[in-house]
Ligand binder design. Structure first.
Ligand code: PEP
Ligand code: MN
Length: 350
């Protein structure tokens, strides 16, 4: 059982609830985020009648396998919960766009931020396709310490300028909690990379961030572990989480990773959070990206995160999986056509 306190709850309110639970023999874990959350793992019953009515209590959530905030909120009669994880089946608004609405959400761009002229050419090509966002990493979690590590804040400024010049949102990764205040001055969506999915200190700080979080699946993370990572962010106060399947490590060596599209329908049943697919890291091969982008949308993903470049062979990182920007229109068109072919009878979007 999880008790979410009102933002205005006093220490006295919190102490009263803790005492009620403790008296009932329940161990209580306190999480301080935007609001205080009290977790009573394996708590017996509901802590007694009227817990919801106690001063300062906003909602009492069932345990839902330990992930009550990621789990879909299906209101029932008498449900007093007032703290839905905001993206409840209607998607998430970012700027003037929606992730998880009727429109396929596409974020495209180079793996790493490059020089201003190249970024501008890429952003122009991305915007021309109708894609919503530019993606570009300024802080790069590279496998080798000797590889290009990204342009840092200068890179964020370059990417922001390119995105603004072409009316795009900007998605960029943070690899350390200290980068969050800097990054949120420039980006619309903060990306957490596969290598940091299990960095709980970073996840908690992102719970206090004022931007949506695009949470990539870890290289060897189960769906449960990934959902728990989302739970960290949401329970710390930020309900705006977007999940991104980017492939997992398997015995297969023909592709860089194995894009686990099983995750999409599995997640659909277990959460209302928007789901993206990254066919670039999922395959590591330019010649496989279009096919797996189509497959991702066919599996039910809300959108795509894809690496594109005007001169892909000159991309400073991940060139082998980067498609020519000129090929993006085809992908966007196909994604839209597949979405339309599969459209549910009732619109999902706003
Ligand atoms: C990226 O998006 O460029 C990236 C580093 O992705 P991942 O964390 O999925 O490897
Ligand atoms: Mn990359």
């Amino acid at each position: 059982m999880i008790i979410v306190m009102e933002p205005t709850a006093t220490e006295g309110h919190i102490a009263d609830v803790v005492e009620r639970l403790s008296t009932a023999g329940t161990r209580v874990q306190r999480l301080d985020g935007e609001r205080v959350t009290l977790a009573a793992p394996g708590g017996r019953g509901n802590g007694g009648p009227g817990l919801e009515a106690m001063g300062g209590v906003s909602a009492v959530l069932p345990d839902a396998g330990g992930m009550p905030m990621v789990a879909p909120h299906r209101p029932e009669a008498g449900d007093t919960r007032t703290v839905p994880a905001e993206p409840t089946g209607r998607g998430l608004r970012v700027g003037d766009r929606w992730v998880g609405g009727d429109e396929v959400f596409v974020a495209a761009g180079p793996c790493s931020v490059e020089d201003p002229a190249t970024m501008d050419r890429i952003a122009a090509a991305v915007a021309a396709t109708g894609a919503a966002a530019l993606r570009a990493g300024a802080y790069k979690p590279r496998s080798s310490p000797y590889s290009f590590q990204g342009m840092g804040e200068d890179g964020l400024a370059v990417a922001r300028a390119a995105a603004d010049a072409h009316g795009l949102l900007l998605v960029s990764e943070v690899i350390d909690a200290t980068q969050i205040p800097v990054a949120q001055r420039y980006v619309d969506i903060l990306q957490v990379g596969a290598r940091n999915m299990a960095n709980t200190a970073l996840l908690r700080e992102l719970g206090r961030a004022h931007r949506p979080v695009l949470l990539k699946r870890g290289l060897a993370a189960t769906i449960d572990e990934w959902m728990n990572a989302a739970e960290y962010v949401i329970s710390a106060g930020n309900p705006a989480v977007i999940l991104c399947e980017r492939g997992i490590r398997t015995f297969e060596t023909a592709t860089r990773n194995t894009l686990d599209l099983n995750a999409v329908p599995v997640l659909r049943q277990r959460t209302d959070l928007p789901i993206l697919v990254d066919p670039s890291h999922g395959t590591g091969r330019r010649d496989c990206v279009l096919a797996m982008a189509r497959a991702g949308i066919a599996a039910g993903a809300d959108g795509l995160l894809v690496e594109v470049h005007v001169e892909p062979d000159r991309a400073v990182s991940d060139a082998a999986q980067t498609i020519p920007a000129a090929d993006l229109q085809r992908m966007v068109d196909d994604a839209r056509a597949i979405r339309l072919a599969l459209a549910p009878s009732a619109p999902r979007g706003p």
